[in-house]
Design a protein around this ligand. Structure first.
Ligand code: R5P
Length: 317
């Protein structure tokens, strides 16, 4: 065990498997806590370990059921604060509500900011997150945020595949910076799809900037939700003469018609990470590759605990 009893990691029910894997990396036992429900449906959490004066981390992905996992995280934070933890870090591999990060029409909320406020008010001293949809969401928190990217594990996977004739495609303009980093890491060319979002679940890929004819494609995104973005972009690049199409996304939400769309799209492989547990339906497909972010998260937690640089992870990984 390379860490002492001063570090505690607790798990919300949003991603217990990932928390166990992180504990394994850190060689620490999972923090003891009991999550129950009162008869009226309210949740109660009892921390079983002594956390007074300890450096505590609670890992919770606020994936479906989003509101339930979010409230559970808030209760956890409150619980740790009232139990006199010295420092509390909310480890949120998938941060639900992040995509509502601006008012793009009248009379709508900015839920990314609201959730950031809630997490802070509940007692978090810092946040460790992965691909918050837009880097500026970090600024919604007035506490330190360590922001990791699934790009580190995904690009390593694609690099090991040694794909020749490679072009990295960003499925929309918003993802261009990430795609350009992938292109650097994988020594590929870069192309960008211009997308028009028609509704929350419909996106139309309209044009491509860059050459995809005869090229193998790695298309990278932060999230596959309804898969409208990725499938529409895959069809367009295929129509323009692309060879194999690989998809790499950090968060595999697979909501609504996602699996149906992916089945019909000209895609050779889909790779996501375990920031969100795969839904049963997605698991049953048997062909969605899941890479773990556990060692990256574990390493970040270790460094936060030891007050060492987390940003160095990006160059070392
Ligand atoms: C868009 O800005 C994001 O990077 C994703 O491309 C998008 O949120 C994915 O959503 P969907 O799978 O529903 O198209």
């Amino acid at each position: 065990m390379f860490l002492n009893d001063n570090l505690k990691l607790f798990s919300g029910s949003g991603n217990a498997e990932l928390t166990r894997a992180v504990c394994k990396y850190l060689e620490i036992p999972l923090g003891g806590a009991d999550i129950e429900r009162f008869a009226d449906g309210e949740k109660v959490i009892r921390i079983e370990d002594d956390v007074r004066g300890r450096d505590c981390f609670v890992l919770q992905s606020t994936c479906r059921p989003v509101d339930e996992h979010l409230v559970e995280l808030l209760i956890y934070l409150d619980c740790l604060r009232r139990a006199s933890a010295k420092r509390i870090t909310a480890v949120v591999p998938y941060f639900g509500y992040a995509r509502q990060d601006r008012k793009d029409e009248g009379r709508v909320p900015i839920t990314a900011k609201l959730v950031a406020n809630l997490i802070t008010a509940a007692g978090a001293d810092r946040v460790l997150a992965i691909d918050l949809h837009a880097a500026q969401v970090q600024g919604f928190f007035d506490i330190p945020v360590d922001h990791l990217s699934g790009e580190l594990v995904l690009s390593r996977y694609f690099r090991d595949k040694k794909i020749g004739n490679l072009t990295i495609v960003s499925p929309d303009v918003g993802n261009m910076k990430i795609a350009s980093r992938y292109a650097d890491r994988l020594s590929g060319d870069l192309a960008i799809v211009h997308k028009k979002r028609v509704s929350g679940s419909e996106a139309i890929a309209q044009e491509i900037i860059g050459d995809v004819k005869g090229r193998n494609i790695v298309m990278c995104d932060d999230i596959i939700a309804t898969a409208g973005t990725i499938c529409s972009a895959a069809k367009l690049v295929k129509d323009r003469g692309a060879e194999k199409i690989y998809i790499g996304a950090t968060h595999g939400v697979f909501a609504g018609q996602a699996l149906e769309r992916l089945r019909e799209a000209p895609i050779d492989e889909i790779v996501v990470t375990d920031t969100i547990p795969l839904t049963h339906e997605a698991r049953d497909r048997g062909d969605i590759k899941v890479l773990t972010v556990s060692s990256m998260l574990g390493e970040a937690i270790k460094r936060i605990h030891r007050n060492e640089s987390v940003s160095n992870l990006f160059t070392e990984y």
